[in-house]
Design a protein around this ligand. Structure first.
Ligand code: FRU
Length: 438
């Protein structure tokens, strides 16, 4: 019924019905952004894992395209990636879409599927699996073209490290090396890798980890360094841990392959394994965060990922309004050294945000945000380091989520909220605000 849909976002991707977790196999081709995702077409909990599919021309409006990859004799279809094989290295034609995913049964192996109709339908490769397990947790293959070596590279998460491979044809893989021992956070399993070549030549290895996130449960860490086609080396000291987002609902984040203009457009699953299966949404579970463009910035001797809302999303908010609504963008500028932003509703539920210039931090408190009792792990305050002064922030509000971005990209905070009635009031102490809608 209609009231069950009170939490469904307006400008975020959600499955029409059923369970969703990780974004998978994302690629861009001929003006269309393709998003696949871990999907249960038969219910709203984690079962029958398949790849659902949605497409968008503007990263804001998504069209449901069905469930093109379903379980088979090798197992459930777990996470993975896809590439546009423009030179037909795998032999399925120029421009074929090659998807690689984990076949999950008693063991986890890596399999291929190809599409000759731009990702609408897939055929599984008859030589599957193409890579067999070396350890119990062995999954989430990420493939990328290595321009200098003229071959494919593959990263597979293996327990608490990442394994790297190379191949001329996506079918035959040679083990190169692994990375991770002693580096970053190890309080959970490493999952869903990505490897990004940044302008200037640095590489960023994205490593999602669960549990072990800074506020409990799932989160996304990354390492800045170098990749020579054989080995990843990290620029930072081993104990340095860098997080891409400082909210509680940002996981399995990976980027679109083949994006135009060398962009790195990332999409997070906007939930947390601590409570994803019990959030009060019906009859679908989970949304993806808004797409965000990644680049690097310096702070002291370190380089960090800059995370900015993708321009397509910013541009979609073209109308000024004075009223806070269920789906809007709030732009807050002239932030003072101690700014408090409060969103509230007539039930007294509220989300309190605090920018503290002295502490160089920005926090979001959802302890009294509405429905919070479905999990002890849900009520929380999450805090981001701001890497300097903040003069302007963006708040993306959409029914059951608040995503905060420093306008200079230096911090992002993605959190779910479940108010029993929408927040209708905003008070900013120490800044000026404008509200935009679509
Ligand atoms: C991450 C994950 C992946 C796995 C998938 C299964 O959220 O655990 O490692 O492939 O979900 O749905």
């Amino acid at each position: 019924t209609a009231n069950r849909e009170v939490y469904r976002p307006a400008y975020h991707h959600t499955p029409v019905w059923g369970w969703m977790n990780d974004p998978n196999g994302m690629f861009y081709q001929n003006g269309v952004w393709h998003l696949y995702f871990q999907y249960n077409p038969y219910g709203s909990t984690w079962e029958n894992l398949s790849w659902g599919h949605a497409t968008s021309r503007d990263l804001v409006h998504w069209k449901n395209e069905g469930t093109p990859i379903e379980p088979d004799a090798l197992g459930a279809i777990f996470s993975g990636s896809a590439v546009v094989d423009s030179m037909s290295t795998a032999g399925f034609g120029q421009g074929a879409i090659m998807a690689m995913y984990t076949s999950a049964a008693e063991s986890q192996t890596q399999s291929l599927a190809y599409s000759t109709d731009s990702g609408k339908t897939f055929t599984k490769y008859d030589g599957n699996p193409v890579l067999t397990a070396t350890e119990p947790d062995f999954r989430d293959p990420k493939i990328l073209w290595n321009d200098s070596a003229h071959e494919w590279n593959l990263i597979v998460s293996a327990g608490q490290k990442m394994n790297f491979y190379s191949s001329p044809d996506l079918k035959n893989w040679k083990y190169e090396s692994s990375f991770g021992e002693g580096y970053g956070c190890h309080k959970g399993v490493w999952e869903c890798p990505d490897l990004l070549k940044m302008p200037g030549g640095k590489w960023v290895l994205v490593v999602n980890i669960n549990p072990g996130g800074p506020f409990g449960g799932s989160a996304t860490q990354y390492f800045v360094g170098n990749w020579d086609g054989h080995r990843f080396s990290c620029d930072s000291k081993p104990e340095t841990t860098k997080w891409m987002d400082y909210g509680k609902d940002h996981y399995a984040t990976v980027t679109f392959s083949n994006a135009p203009n060398g962009r790195h457009v990332a999409l997070p699953w906007m939930s947390n394994w601590q409570y994803a299966a019990v959030v009060p949404t019906m009859q679908y579970r989970s949304a993806n965060g808004i797409p965000r463009d990644l680049s690097l910035f310096d702070d002291g001797d370190e380089q960090y990922l800059s995370v900015k809302p993708s321009p397509e999303v910013m541009q979609a908010f073209g109308k000024r309004t004075s009223q806070l609504s269920k789906a809007c963008l709030v732009e807050i500028d002239h932030l003072r050294s101690n700014t408090v932003i409060t969103l509230s509703n007539r039930k007294g539920e509220q989300v309190i945000m605090h920018y503290d210039a002295k502490a160089r931090s920005f926090s979001v408190d959802r302890t009294n945000s509405g429905k919070t009792g479905f999990s002890d792990a849900f009520p929380c305050v999450t805090t981001a380091p701001t890497h300097g002064n903040v003069s302007k922030v963006y708040l993306f509000i959409d029914h059951s989520s608040i995503e905060v971005f420093g306008s200079d990209g230096k911090f992002a905070i993605s959190n779910l909220v479940f108010p029993t009635t929408p927040y209708e009031k905003i008070v900013v102490k120490g800044g000026k605000y404008k509200i935009w809608e679509m």
